[in-house]
Design a protein around this ligand. Structure first.
Ligand code: AMP
Length: 391
């Protein structure tokens, strides 16, 4: 059990909270403020307990001075202030006199947000390479460090590991919730345990398959990655996505775990990704492109899912962004909605599909971190969480 923000007396303390304000932006306008909303519980708790709250976050990837355009956290400060109904002091810098003065002048309950931590990457990737001096500098601003940015916890950065290693530390409510659902589902799942994998690339899911194939009763494979598995079985896949480099891996997994790996038996096929027309096929022509699982596959997957007590889903089973190719992904959402067990969705595309199709409230947990949840599924330790002290 990791220490949490609740383990500390925060009154009058300078509490550095690493949040995930990596929100989508267009023309310096926030297009989805969900990540800011997800951070509110921890920030409100710190304010209520009279801490001086110093917020750190990154936004996007910054390599050059030009990359900084449109990547300031200032619009986030404005939105955060609206949501909290409270002024936020935004400092346009990541270190220096202004930062130090702002922190020195804080009163209990005040909130200061520093500029995008990745602005430090322009000068030798100091944030992303966890530069020791930068981690020390930020740590010296505070008394306690709280990590609540699950989405970056799989990275060892100055603003998480660098600061956490130098201060009394804990996790915030968002990470606590992620661990509460993900850890038992991955490490000690109630069985039958089924994993649904989809998305485009086999390569991204090899680690997950290797880690979970021993624990899972079934692995249902859909999406673009299914076609490499079907080709490994000697099936014609036409012009569907194929990851030839991983064909051998697919062959080996299929021969070792043929009863566990369940593949599509039909697909929605199109002749061109620009067209919205598709027909359901079990046998492909050489110019067919598989864009979604077909109805027979949905029924087949349903049989396994209906008897499952734990389900983890990572990767859409079709090109869900295109309404004409989204039926399979919607049907999987519907099957999970009816399931009475634990249903956990990995972040990224699977989360947006379920949320956009209106299924958020019917899932046990939808992870906020794409890469971080994937690494947990691979059985890896997340450095931003491993560094946090055990209770
Ligand atoms: P990933 O980033 O690997 O999780 O892949 C997510 C992407 O996979 C989504 O953008 C989907 O549109 C895409 N996808 C799902 N099924 C297919 C398919 N049959 N062919 C091509 N792309 C697909």
């Amino acid at each position: 059990m990791k220490k949490t923000i609740r383990d500390y007396d925060l009154k009058g303390k300078k509490v550095i909270i690493r949040v995930d304000f990596n929100v989508p932006m267009k023309d310096s306008m926030i297009t989805d403020d969900n990540r800011i909303k997800e951070s509110l519980e921890t920030i409100k708790y710190a304010v209520l307990h009279e801490a001086k709250v110093i917020l750190l976050s990154h936004l996007g990837r910054i390599k050059t001075e030009e990359d900084k355009n449109g990547k300031s956290l200032r619009p986030v400060a404005v939105r955060l202030s609206e949501l909290l109904e409270k002024p936020i002091l935004f400092v346009y810098e990541t270190r220096g006199k202004r930062v130090e003065e702002a922190v020195a002048n804080m009163k209990n309950g005040d909130i200061v947000l520093l500029e995008n931590t990745r602005f430090e990457d322009v000068d030798g990737k100091k944030e992303s390479h966890s530069d020791a001096e930068l981690g020390k500098y930020w740590a010296e601003l505070g008394d306690i460090y709280i990590n609540d940015a699950f989405g970056t916890s799989h990275r060892e950065h100055a603003s998480n590991v660098g600061v956490a290693s130098r201060l009394p530390n804990g996790i915030g409510f968002l990470i606590e919730k992620e661990l509460k659902y993900l850890e038992p589902a991955i490490n000690d799942p109630e069985q039958p345990f089924t994993v649904i994998l989809g998305g485009s690339k086999v390569n991204d899911k090899i680690g997950v398959i290797e880690n979970l194939v021993h624990k899972a009763d079934f692995i249902l494979i859909g999406g673009g990655m299914a076609y490499t598995f079907l080709k490994a079985q000697g099936k014609e896949i036409g012009s569907s996505l194929c990851d030839d480099e991983n064909l051998q891996f697919c062959k080996e997994i299929l021969s070792s775990y043929c009863d566990k790996i369940i593949l599509p038996v039909d697909s929605l096929c199109t002749k061109s990704l620009d067209s919205k027309d598709g027909i359901i096929k079990t046998d492909f022509d050489s110019d067919d492109i598989g864009v979604d699982i077909g109805p027979k596959t949905v029924e087949l997957f349903k049989k396994y899912l209906d008897i499952s007590k734990t389900i983890i889903w990572n990767g859409p089973v079709g090109i869900f962004e295109e309404p004409a190719f989204s039926e399979g992904t919607k049907r999987i959402c519907e099957i999970l909605k009816q399931n009475h067990g634990i249903t956990i969705l990995g972040g990224g595309d699977t989360a947006s599909a379920a949320i956009n199709f209106g299924y958020k409230e019917f899932m046990t947990h939808i992870s906020t971190g794409g890469g971080a949840s994937l690494e947990m599924l691979e059985g890896k330790d997340l450095p931003g969480i491993s560094i946090i002290t055990e209770r």
